[in-house]
Ligand binder design. Structure first.
Ligand code: TXA
Ligand code: MG
Length: 325
């Protein structure tokens, strides 16, 4: 019997110096999968122009193929080669790129990204990340990198290299390890593919910040919404109960603000009631409380203002009825 079963083969964990970046770029060029940090969450990257790599990426995440990927680019010029940017798109790009904003645009006629990565849609999601490691990787790779969050599909997003390895360590070639990410919530997704700008996914850039740049955002109806946003998502393996005041026997507590309750299974998103700190802690705390000896995770009410909209979006999806596996 081989000493190491194929399922136990682990990713190479590289520090993101020049050698690590070069090795990661080579792996991408060879069609392999590379996990890398962005300012929002860790991404699971593949060469967006290589359909075989994209197929492998969907398989590694067990992601349904109807859920399209975000393409990461070095700058707005590179993004405009993939998606048609109108005035609104340029205004948002000027205001928020590089940074945690994703734009859904009509695909350009000669877009080099295959239809698999965009789930057959006539639109494409593009983003220019701000994290220096993501930027170095994009520069070295010289190609668009498709990157969903580096977690198993439907589960809690990865904000540390440890989370990435726990979910996907046996499926990826390289992990560029750069510690814990800064923001902890995914990018905001805005649909600019039609005349009305719509918020498909609340995220790290708040609704108010976007509306100050381009005016009022319409809501996405259920059909137009980001396909990945439709069902249960960001779900730990134990149930999640929201807006609780009283914690039941056996439940863990995820709290926020000045709350004196303490215990082995009590975590506070931010004792100071700071929504940025809460966003940064959200996924790590959900993972930490997701334990076999916990019956459910009880979560206190979180304010709906600013980043609270995105935090509550993720919590509602974590608590949503689970579909068939
Ligand atoms: O912060 C982020 O955006 C992270 C980092 C790695 O960049 N990425 C991320 O990717 O969150 P993912 O795959 O977990 O979420 C992408 C979201 C999904 O909800 C997907 O349905 C939506 O973007 N999306 C992608 N392409 C789309 C399109 N053409 N039309 C509508 N929604 C789209
Ligand atoms: Mg995700």
């Amino acid at each position: 019997m081989p000493a190491v079963a194929p399922s136990e083969i682990q990713a190479r964990i590289l520090s993101p110096g020049a050698d690590g970046i070069a090795a990661a770029a080579d792996a991408l060029a060879a069609g392999r999968l590379v996990a890398f940090p962005t300012e929002t969450v860790y991404g699971l990257g593949a060469d967006a122009t290589n359909d075989r790599a994209i197929a492998e990426l969907y398989a590694a995440k067990a992601r349904p193929r109807f859920n399209p990927l975000i393409c990461h680019l070095a700058d707005a010029h590179a993004a405009a080669a993939l998606g048609r940017m109108d005035d609104r798109a340029h205004q948002l790009a000027d205001a928020f790129w590089p940074g945690p904003l994703t734009l859904v645009l009509p695909r350009t006629a000669d877009c080099p990204v295959g239809r698999l990565a965009t789930a057959g849609l006539d639109t494409i999601a593009v983003r220019v990340p701000a994290h220096p490691v993501a930027r170095a990787l994009l520069a070295a790779a010289g190609r668009p990198i498709a990157a969903p969050s580096a977690n198993r599909s439907g589960s809690v997003s990865a904000t540390t290299p440890k989370h990435v390895l726990a979910d996907l360590g046996d499926r990826i070639a390289v992990v560029l390890a750069a510690g814990r990410v800064e923001i902890g919530l995914e990018s905001t997704v805005v649909d600019l593919s039609g005349p009305t700008a719509r918020l498909l996914r609340p995220g790290a850039v708040t609704r108010g910040e976007i509306e100050r740049a381009i005016g009022r955002l319409a809501e996405a109806d259920a059909v137009l919404r980001s396909p990945g946003q439709l069902s249960s998502h960001y779900a730990p393996s134990v149930p999640v109960r929201l807006n609780v005041r009283h914690v039941a026997d056996g439940e863990a507590l995820l709290t926020f603000g000045p709350d004196l309750r303490k215990g082995p299974h009590v975590l506070n998103l931010s004792e100071d009631g700071d929504l940025h700190e809460a966003a940064a802690n959200l996924f790590a705390h959900l993972r930490a409380l997701d334990r076999p000896d916990v019956a459910a995770i009880a979560v206190v009410e979180i304010p709906e203002t600013g980043l609270g909209e995105a935090i509550n979006d993720r919590l509602r999806r974590a608590a949503a009825p689970r579909g068939p596996a």
